[in-house]
Ligand binder design. Structure first.
Ligand code: NAD
Ligand code: LMR
Length: 327
């Protein structure tokens, strides 16, 4: 039998964890031929609930699930990890300023980065889901100097999928007919869902939708969808977030299909004027286990302003965590 891949999931007892773990164990993350060992990392208060989830995972008798271990110590939780899904984070609570939120999360993602640096497998790939995802990923990456920076990513695939779905609904097309949409920037309300290179059944999306729909409907709907779901459900998106995490890692490991691209927040190499080192969302393809930024796209003035605004927010977040001594 193939050696199992170690997958560490933090926040395993949370709602995304509950939607994610069964899909990983069933083979949807890495493929139907790849056995997995799950390493669930929680805070001590979450361990009992994680044990309950582990019992349910056992009860599924997944043929690909080669083991489950539960930890409340990051050093142990990331030992030997090949894939790490960093889902657990400190949510913003009433009265909390942005600096407080960044600081609280620095206290989580700094030590987790160190633990990854110390003990993860050489091929470790990290996806940060916990918010503020881009900056949490930056904090973790900065605490893991021995791991290639490109192995740290943050999730904007949910935003990408939301954009696909909105454009499909507007044009009456199937989601699978749409290609080459991009989410740029931060996983926040400043993100920029860009359809200027997108096609719908081979036709330019810009021939099918007008600028006023883009500006007053599509962009705000995608960018504020997370908040709309919290408003409607009384809790943040969980199954769709887990689904996007599966999509992101699956593509990273197995490659994106047929030359089309997707979106992921990866470490900037300076492309498209995004300062080097920031973890920002780009149009990306995955090949041979690596993300590559799609190069050479024309960026019009409207897109330039939107990308710049979201990147400016990332710069502010980076400067704030620097100021707090978190990186
Ligand atoms: P949740 O509150 O249901 O679960 C979070 C879990 O993380 C809890 O069980 C908690 O005990 C655990 N946790 C907290 N600190 C931890 C630590 N230091 N180590 C290990 N575990 C820890 O939250 P959720 O709904 O599962 O959401 C998790 C995060 O994902 C939130 O930050 C949320 O905002 C974010 N999110 C991101 C996206 C995205 O697209 N990037 C989408 C949806 C949600
Ligand atoms: C989402 O996009 O659904 C989440 O990031 C929202 C949130 O604040 O958890």
């Amino acid at each position: 039998m193939t050696t199992p891949v170690n997958v560490t999931v933090t926040g395993a007892a949370g709602q995304i964890g509950y939607a994610l773990l069964f899909r990983i164990a069933s083979g949807q993350l890495l493929g139907a031929d790849t056995p997995v060992k799950l390493r669930l990392l929680e805070i001590p208060q979450g361990v009992k609930a994680a044990e309950g989830t582990a019992m349910e995972l056992e009860d599924c008798a997944f043929p690909l699930l080669a083991g489950i271990d539960i930890f409340d110590d990051p050093k142990a939780g990331f030992e030997g990890a090949n894939v790490a899904l960093l889902v657990g984070a400190r949510p913003r609570t009433k009265g909390m300023e942005r600096g407080d939120l960044l600081e609280a999360n620095g206290g989580i993602f700094g030590p987790q980065g160190e633990a990854i640096n110390a003990g993860a497998a050489d091929d470790i790939r990290v996806l940060v889901v916990g918010n503020p995802a881009n900056t949490n990923a930056l904090i973790a990456q900065q605490h893991a100097p021995d791991v290639p920076a490109e192995r740290f990513t943050a999730m904007t695939r949910l935003d990408h999928n939301r954009a696909l779905s909105q454009l499909a609904a507007k044009t009456g097309a199937a989601v699978s007919d749409i290609a080459d949409l991009t989410i740029w920037g931060n996983h926040s309300a400043t993100q920029y869902p860009d359809v200027f290179h997108a096609t719908v059944a081979g036709k330019a999306a810009t021939e099918l939708v007008d600028q006023s729909w883009l500006e007053s409907d599509f962009i705000p709907t995608v960018a504020k969808r997370g908040a709309a779901i919290i408003e409607a459900r009384g809790a943040s998106s969980a199954a769709s977030a887990a689904n996007a995490a599966i999509d992101h890692v699956h593509d990273w490991v197995n490659g994106t299909a047929d030359g089309s691209w997707t979106s992921a927040a990866i470490v900037s190499d300076g492309s498209y004027g995004v300062p080097e080192g920031l973890i920002s969302s780009f149009p990306v393809r995955a090949k041979d286990g690596k993300w590559e930024i799609v190069q050479g796209l024309e960026v019009n003035d409207f897109s330039r302003a939107k990308i710049d605004a979201s990147v400016a927010e990332l710069v502010e977040e980076r400067d704030a965590v620097k100021g707090l001594g978190l990186i």
